[in-house]
Design a protein around this ligand. Structure first.
Ligand code: PMP
Length: 364
């Protein structure tokens, strides 16, 4: 293996969920570790999957033309500005393979999504990690845009930034991002990972889709895994300048998005009502969960996602282990340099209630 690959650690999903589901029973387990959508997809997406079951012996459309057409309509972009992936994870890896490599530098923030580091290392590129803003009493250990700019060199080919961010849940406002993009040299490909964009409702939040005029090489990454509730089908996509997408198309595996996934996502895009409902439910539960945790004396990062990052201090791993024993799965953050925090997916009202009840036992 290459030196970059030899130095890699495999992606850590946090827990052996298969074993835990067997132990507690899937219905008893409160799974709040992976930022999934607890409500599931639109019923029309489910129906579209069932509709295609008679076609399983056929290859899917290698171009994903119908889904691309639907996405182009939803976002007001051209179809040649879209690239479909087997989850956005695949595309985040692929872009480093194509545009970074030995000799190239990849910039991303500390406390950024784990796949950025993996992608850079697997490609054999050099990582330049920009420090985050310090955590204060007011909290935000948010991205430091000045530090990101300072990390860019003539060898930088790629810069990753998630907005809103996983694992902190924090976000950057549109004005700051526009000014930032104007200062990033044109040769750098800027990837805005917007896996949680549909969950954001802060007045100053804007998708990078509204900032595409601010940089010639801006790539927006989206996913059907979160707000659309289709994590199990694995579909993500990029919106970017056609020239960049044409180069990536050359290395994309022809059938990377499967038949059922293409059908489900196209149908899901047609159900704006379900998406709006998920968004509203999530916002309501996010506020309630944040308040309940703060009422227990815990520090909660402000979030524009479907999870909250919570500071537990020295008790963190003891709390996490005790919750697992009660069938409540949260995500430990040691791998992100946030070992005194746990990341909690916003569940249904009932799941959040069960989490809080277990937490009260553990903290008592
Ligand atoms: N980006 C971010 C910030 C994420 O949190 C996730 C999922 N945890 C992904 C990308 C990957 O999502 P998927 O591969 O399911 O599209």
């Amino acid at each position: 293996a290459s030196r970059g690959v030899q130095a890699l650690k495999a992606y850590d999903p946090g827990h052996d969920l298969v074993a835990l589901r067997r132990r507690f029973g899937a219905a008893q387990l409160v799974e709040l570790g992976s930022n999934e959508n607890p409500y599931g997809p639109s019923p029309v997406a489910r129906a579209a999957v069932l509709d295609r079951l008679h076609e399983l012996h056929r290859y899917p459309d290698p171009l994903g033309a119908d889904l691309k057409r639907a996405l182009a309509r939803v976002h007001g972009v051209r179809e040649d500005e879209l690239l479909l992936g087997n989850g956005s994870h695949e595309l985040l890896m692929m872009i480093a393979q194509v545009f970074a490599g030995p000799g190239a530098e990849v910039v991303y923030p500390r406390h950024g999504f784990a796949v950025f580091a993996l992608a850079a290392q697997a490609a054999g590129a050099t990582s330049r990690v920009a420090d985050a803003l310090p955590r204060t009493d007011a909290m935000p250990a948010g991205h430091d845009l000045e530090a990101l700019l300072a990390a860019i060199t003539p060898a930088t080919t790629l810069l990753y930034l998630a907005n809103p961010n996983n694992p902190t849940g924090t976000w950057l406002g549109a004005e700051a991002l526009r000014a930032f993009l104007a200062r990033v040299p044109d040769h750098v490909i800027v990837v805005f990972d917007e896996a949680y964009a549909e969950m954001a409702d802060a007045p100053d939040y804007r998708s990078g889709l509204a900032l595409r005029d601010a940089h010639p090489n801006l790539v927006i990454s989206r996913t059907f895994s979160k707000a659309y509730g289709l994590a199990g089908l694995r579909v993500g996509y990029f919106v970017a300048p056609a020239g960049l997408m044409a180069v990536m198309e050359r290395v994309r595996e022809s059938f990377n998005v499967n038949l059922l996934a293409l059908a489900a996502c196209e149908a899901a895009l047609g159900d704006a009502e379900h998406l709006a409902w998920v968004r509203a439910r999530n916002a309501e539960e996010r506020t309630a969960l944040g308040e309940a945790l703060r009422a227990r004396g815990l520090r909660v990062f402000p979030s524009q996602t479907n999870f909250v990052l919570v500071e537990f201090g020295e008790r963190t791993s003891a709390v996490e282990r005790a919750l697992v024993e009660r069938g409540v799965i949260l995500r430990p953050m040691g791998g992100y340099g946030l070992g005194d925090c746990l990341r909690i997916t916003v569940g249904t009202r009932d799941e959040n209630r069960r989490l809080l009840a277990a937490l009260d036992e553990v903290l008592a």
